[in-house]
Design a protein around this ligand. Structure first.
Ligand SMILES: NC(=O)c1ccc[n+]([C@@H]2O[C@H](COP(=O)([O-])OP(=O)(O)OC[C@H]3O[C@@H](n4cnc5c(N)ncnc54)[C@H](OP(=O)(O)O)[C@@H]3O)[C@@H](O)[C@H]2O)c1
Length: 290
């Protein structure tokens, strides 16, 4: 009963929240699709979007034709009209925006999804507001994202109720997980970039299916369903990938012929090196902001 009341309270809070997104690119679109497209809640206040050019605002609006969204080219107008502000610009564009809004952000919740921008960088310019650093990935667009997030110091004790509300807000986009900020570069490399690794695997599988003679659409469907089925089996049966691999790969069988090649060619080393390169890049971005 208590958890039902709690969830009703969170829904009520969110329904009345005034939410804005600074930046009108891919990530802002994914988040807005996630919030507007989920059927758990309908927001009472139209969302606010700010951008740098009329063109990008226009392309944003075309994607959300059936929804009322306020737009502006003035980030300060957005902040003045919202309580929860998402920063969705590129890393190099972030500092200018932070300086622009620093005098009017007090007592609001500021959520940055900018890679490499640390909570310390933000609080140096934006004091007196709650700061959340998050690294959502693009599947947030359909409510199936992963959202690692970190908070500025003491928020758990100082602002516990708001932390719960933020967690609830993120849950509309998929699976939120509060992490220590030290893990943010790793989360960026694994979760933010993760869909790209999966897509590269898919491209290889689909291209090979086409090369063997499957028509294009059939090749895509065959491989999409194979990957979806494998993942669903892992999740529904809580089986580990190692266990499922041992079940598919019988000794001296057909699958083993493939996996031996992957091991010999250093498949795992390539993947680990790629993830490490992404993590280093994220750490370099963090270092450059300091
Ligand atoms: N894409 C991902 O998968 C992903 C995942 C996790 C986190 N992120 C983070 O999300 C952030 C945005 O990435 P993105 O892929 O969405 O980039 P993007 O598509 O280039 O979008 C950036 C947007 O910010 C706008 N902008 C630039 N300067 C502005 C300013 N001063 N005021 C208001 N708007 C401004 C740009 O407008 P114009 O189009 O007019 O230039 C553009 O619409 C990045 O920091 C990235 O690290 C991205």
């Amino acid at each position: 009963m208590e958890s039902l009341d709690k969830s009703n309270g969170e829904k009520k809070w969110l329904r009345h929240s005034r939410i804005g997104f600074i930046g009108s690119g891919k990530m802002a679109k994914a988040l807005v699709h996630g919030f507007l497209g989920n059927n758990k809640i309908s927001l009472e206040n139209p969302l606010w979007i700010s951008g740098r050019s009329k063109g990008s605002i226009q392309s944003f609006l075309e994607e959300f034709e059936s929804h009322k969204i306020h737009t502006t080219l003035d980030n300060r107008e957005l902040v003045n009209n919202t309580d929860l502000v998402f920063l969705c610009v590129k890393p190099l564009q972030a500092e200018e925006v932070l300086r622009e809004i620093s005098a009017i952000i007090a007592s609001k919740v500021f959520i940055s999804v900018v890679a490499g921008l640390t909570i310390k960088n933000i609080t140096q310019l934006l004091s007196h507001c709650m700061v959340v650093r998050a690294m959502p990935n693009l599947p947030c667009q359909i409510g199936k994202g992963v959202i690692p997030y970190a908070l500025n110091r003491d928020q758990d004790t100082k602002n516990g109720e708001m932390v719960g509300l933020i967690h609830y807000l993120f849950s509309l986009l998929g699976h939120p997980i509060q992490i220590s900020e030290d893990l943010m570069a790793a989360a960026t490399a694994l979760v933010g970039c993760g869909p790209a690794y999966v897509c590269m695997l898919m491209i290889g599988l689909i291209e090979q299916a086409k090369a063997y003679g499957f028509p294009d659409l059939e090749a895509i469907q065959l491989m999409n369903e194979m990957v979806l089925g494998t993942l669903s089996l892992l999740m529904e049966t809580k089986r580990s990938p190692e266990k499922l691999l041992s079940e598919v790969k019988t000794p001296r069988g057909i699958t083993e012929a493939a996996t031996q090649v992957m091991v010999r060619k250093g498949w795992e080393d390539i993947l680990l090196e790629a993830i490490e390169a992404a993590k280093k890049k994220a750490e370099t971005l963090e270092a450059n902001f300091k």
